[in-house]
Design a protein around this ligand. Structure first.
Ligand code: PLP
Length: 383
């Protein structure tokens, strides 16, 4: 029987049955528009308020600080453009390895990129030197989607606090905000914004076993955010459009599930990653593991196999029943080489020999053993 081994959880996660069940009442029964004033609508509005309060509690925020969005792309766009369009003369700093949904809107404003080291972590003193009197926003992701590196957010937050204090003393009253894209972090890390020290944070339902096109931007009170989508003024005027209760219900449930088990998932997935990495190193010889040893999310393993052609390998692995990615799904679809791998100093040739394995709730050791065996067989032919 053909195997089906899914090792691309950083691209998409299957919806949790409990999450799916939570969405169900809102498709056909409780379909009413929460802005109407009759009883059924008011009941739906009450549910919406409850979901918002639950998400706020899970993220360590107030309900009014939660903007439900159509996923992380919209949340990132809202964070960048929402702040920067209020400060057309201001400057923006983003890490060189942000997702395209941060990098692309950043291009609309005066922006600079913060470089990363060869492990994919931002270089803090470079960030510090890049912050100017006009910097309004710094956007540094929590976990990189191609490498799995965890960024030093609390250090960044401390740095920003110091800059704010110095600004106040010097009479500079421009705001300085910290945004973090947490799209890849929800299954393995604590998302309490107050502990993380962020002003804005992106959360993505589609990566935490929730519905795709669901998610939220947390924007702390006081962040002056211009809406991207204008209309009926929903989401406290920050995102117009009739709310999708089904997606919001699913997202809330998914976030609650993910945050309630992140510690055990971190441990379990770390063991799987260590097992897989050791097996690959034992059986494949010439390979490099990209990312950081110390600051690493357990669900992503990026490897470079010099001499191998990653696209061909992905196809051949697929034929053998194993689904993996070549870096990020978005860049791969456009046939572009990865800006993340370039930022850590990989040549485009080595980038074309790089694969991203990513693990999740259904991954087992047996799956990984089979993947190693298959990879050994396929690379023996290619290299
Ligand atoms: N940010 C990161 C770090 C991601 O990994 C992704 C998706 O891969 C996104 C943002 C965009 O998410 P979506 O396409 O679900 O909006």
């Amino acid at each position: 029987m053909k195997k089906h081994i899914y090792l691309d959880y950083a691209a998409a996660t299957p919806m949790d049955p409990v999450v799916k069940k939570a969405t169900e009442p809102y498709w056909s029964e409780r379909f009413h528009n929460p802005s109407a004033i009759y009883l059924s609508s008011r009941a739906v509005k009450k549910d919406l308020d409850t979901f918002r309060a639950r998400v706020a509690r899970l993220l360590g925020a107030k309900p009014a600080e939660i903007v439900f969005t159509s996923g992380a792309t919209e949340a990132n766009n809202l964070a960048i453009s929402g702040v920067m369009s209020r400060h057309p003369k201001g400057e923006l700093l983003v890490s060189a390895i942000e997702h395209e949904s941060v990098l692309e809107p950043a291009k609309l404003y005066k922006n600079k990129q913060v470089p990363v080291d060869s492990n994919g972590r931002i270089i803090l003193n470079k960030l510090s030197n890049l912050i100017s009197d006009k910097t309004i926003l710094v956007s540094i992701m929590m976990v990189n989607n191609e490498l799995g590196t965890v960024q030093p957010l609390s250090e960044v937050s401390n740095l920003i606090t110091q800059v704010r204090e110095a600004r106040l003393k010097s009479g500079n009253h421009l705001p300085l905000y910290l945004h973090s894209d947490g799209a890849q972090a929800g299954n393995y890390f604590d998302l309490q914004a107050s502990r993380l020290g962020v002003d804005m944070m992106t959360v993505n339902g589609g990566k935490i076993y929730g519905p795709k096109q669901s998610g939220a931007l947390l924007a702390k009170a006081g962040v002056d955010l211009a809406p991207l989508i204008l209309g009926g003024g929903q989401e406290y005027g920050r995102r117009s459009g009739t709310e999708s209760l089904a997606l919001i219900a699913g997202f809330t449930e998914a976030l609650e599930q993910a945050q309630s088990k992140y510690k055990q998932e971190l441990k379990r997935t770390r063991e799987l990653r260590e097992f897989f990495a050791a097996e690959l190193q034992n059986h494949l010889g010439d390979l490099t593991i990209n990312g950081s040893i110390k600051h690493q999310s357990p669900h992503i393993l990026s490897i470079t196999l010099p001499g191998a052609d990653n696209e061909r390998l992905v196809m051949e692995l697929d034929e053998a029943g194993i689904q993996v990615g070549v870096g990020s799904a978005c860049s791969a679809a456009k046939g572009q080489s990865s800006h993340v791998l370039a930022a850590i100093g990989l040549s485009s040739k080595l980038a074309r020999s790089t694969l991203r394995f990513s693990f999740g709730r259904q991954t087992t050791k047996e799956d990984l053993s089979y993947a190693v065996k298959t990879l050994v067989r396929l690379t023996a032919v290619q290299r």
